[in-house]
Design a protein around this ligand. Structure first.
Ligand SMILES: C[S@@+](CC[C@H](N)C(=O)[O-])C[C@H]1O[C@@H](n2cnc3c(N)ncnc32)[C@H](O)[C@@H]1O
Length: 199
């Protein structure tokens, strides 16, 4: 089964343990701490759209992208009137192209970490960088492998995995340990990685 089918199937069967109701606090904290003002924003792998909708409610011009049309339909329905302000984009980042030099801020929650190989993560970082304006910021929430025993849950990555993929395209501004903002009793440990596009 292909990667595409895996995610399409998971939305179809409702096997989406990453789904959550509340906006992830990591996004709110970084927006406030860094005083990131409303701008052109991309949420790749937005899933059910909680953060994309929140960004739009704060005045960001949001593109919400996912490989799953079903996820985007559900996200659009959840957005209500705000759904008309959001650009919903179905694409596979592995094979399709994002608009070039368009976004000032990219936020992903558990999207970058789904890619298993160095080559795939490098391709994703390159494509995201190409879609951004100069000095654009990318905040990525990534499952953290440090000290975590093998178990079920999100994919887990090392700091080296991240640096290897992003360093050619992004300057890392901060790489912090956090947890997912989640409705679950024991949210997974993550990397909260804020990057600036290299010019
Ligand atoms: C772990 S889920 C996270 C969803 C959402 N960001 C959240 O936090 O609830 C990863 C998302 O990435 C999407 N995705 C996976 N591979 C993709 C690809 N190649 N291109 C576009 N989206 C993809 C999946 O459909 C899924 O919605």
């Amino acid at each position: 089964m292909t990667e595409e089918n895996r995610f399409l199937d998971r939305y179809r069967t409702g096997t989406t343990p990453w789904a959550h109701q509340q906006v992830d606090f990591n996004l709110i904290e970084v927006i406030e701490k860094r005083q990131i003002k409303p701008c052109m924003a991309l949420d790749p792998g937005c899933g059910l759209g909680v953060e994309a909708i929140w960004l739009a409610s704060k005045g960001f011009k949001v593109t919400a992208m996912d490989i799953s049309p079903l996820a985007l339909d559900k996200a659009n329905a959840a957005a209500g009137e705000l759904g008309n302000e959001i650009r919903w984009m179905v694409m596979d980042i592995m094979t399709d192209d994002l608009p070039l030099s368009t976004y000032d801020f990219i936020f992903d929650r558990g999207f970058f970490h789904t890619f298993d190989s160095d080559e795939e993560r490098s391709l994703v970082a390159r494509k995201l960088a190409a879609s951004m304006h100069e000095n654009g910021l990318w905040l990525s929430l990534i499952g953290n492998k440090d000290g975590v025993a093998v178990r079920t849950g999100p994919p887990l990555r090392t700091a080296s995995d991240i640096v290897l993929a992003v360093d050619p395209y992004f300057e890392i501004l901060s790489l912090e340990v956090s947890i997912f903002g989640s409705d679950q009793a024991s949210p997974a440990k993550i990397w909260r990685c804020l990057m600036k596009k290299r010019n």
